[in-house]
Write a protein that binds this ligand. Structure first.
Ligand code: NDP
Length: 247
């Protein structure tokens, strides 16, 4: 009942939290399947893991495209013979006040952060139901449990996936399919995420915060590892991960 030998699909695995998680899980014996849009980054990470004797593969995946999410899971099954866990982690965070009306960015966040998670869920669900077993872990955010100015739509997508994880857990318990779910609520983690912010004032504020308190993404990776490591009858629903210095 450990990470070792589990087949784990990770979206948003080309940088930040996804990359750190892929590296840690592979190091602990998991068979990891990386998905994201930047193929070169995926190739470099997978090659590095393989050179170290770990088991990893990838499939170029835009999570907004249901067929690409399905293909990612298919690659896991073809390469490693099954699918045990999906870590829905791909996301963007172009924060801005609602009054700035960055409507295209609102839609992009809904497409990637919410519909992208739904596409991941739909891709694994048939196998998880058939095998009466599986785990779905999703990166929400502290903006998924608390409201922050500038995070109106970002937070809306993160509140939404939080609800989704909990409902899947409850329905699975009722239906006897033994699907575990977890939502992660990280605070300031130093990754490439701030590069998705176009609003100058929002970016300035975030840069100040992250430079002052941000921690490395392996903090989140360790939590994912812990959630997967639990015995099958144990579901740890939620984790909040703050830098010690962040108020
Ligand atoms: P990064 O920007 O480093 O990573 C984001 C990942 O998402 C990249 O691998 C990117 O890859 C991928 N991605 C973006 N759009 C898509 C898409 N359409 N299809 C597939 N993959 C996509 O940031 P983080 O590691 O910080 O972000 C990971 C998650 O953590 C996000 O959901 C974010 O909201 C959440 N989070 C982060 C926090 C932080 O402080 N860093 C705090 C709370 C939550 P590519 O561009 O190659 O597709």
């Amino acid at each position: 009942m450990t990470v070792k030998n589990k087949v784990i699909v990770i979206t948003g695995a080309s940088s930040g939290i996804g990359e750190a998680t892929a590296r840690l899980l592979a190091q602990n014996g998991a068979k990891v399947v990386l998905g994201a849009r930047r193929e070169q980054r995926l190739i470099e990470i997978v090659n590095d893991l393989r050179q170290k004797g770990m088991q990893a593969t990838y499939s170029v995946t835009d999570v907004t495209k249901p067929d690409e999410a399905k293909r990612l899971v298919q690659v896991a099954k073809e390469t490693f013979g099954g699918i045990d866990v999906i870590f829905n982690n791909a996301g963007i965070m172009p924060t801005s006040p609602i009054s700035a009306l960055h409507v295209q960015e609102w839609n992009d966040m809904i497409d990637i952060n919410l519909k992208g998670v739904l596409n991941g869920v739909a891709a694994v669900m048939p196998d998880f139901i058939n095998q009466k077993y599986g785990q779905i872990i999703t990166t929400s955010s502290v903006a998924g449990i608390k409201s922050f100015p500038g995070a109106g739509v970002y937070g809306a997508t993160k509140f939404a996936v939080r609800n989704l994880m909990e409902v899947i857990r409850q329905e699975s318990a009722q239906e006897g399919t033994n699907i575990r779910t977890a939502s992660l609520y990280p605070a300031a983690i130093n990754t490439e995420l701030l590069s998705t912010i176009t609003d100058e004032a929002a970016l300035k504020g975030m840069n100040q915060l992250y430079n002052a308190v941000g921690i490395t993404p392996d903090a989140v990776a360790r939590v994912v590892n812990f959630a997967i490591d639990q015995p099958e009858e144990v579901n740890i629903n939620e984790f909040t991960i703050y830098p010690t210095k962040q108020a």
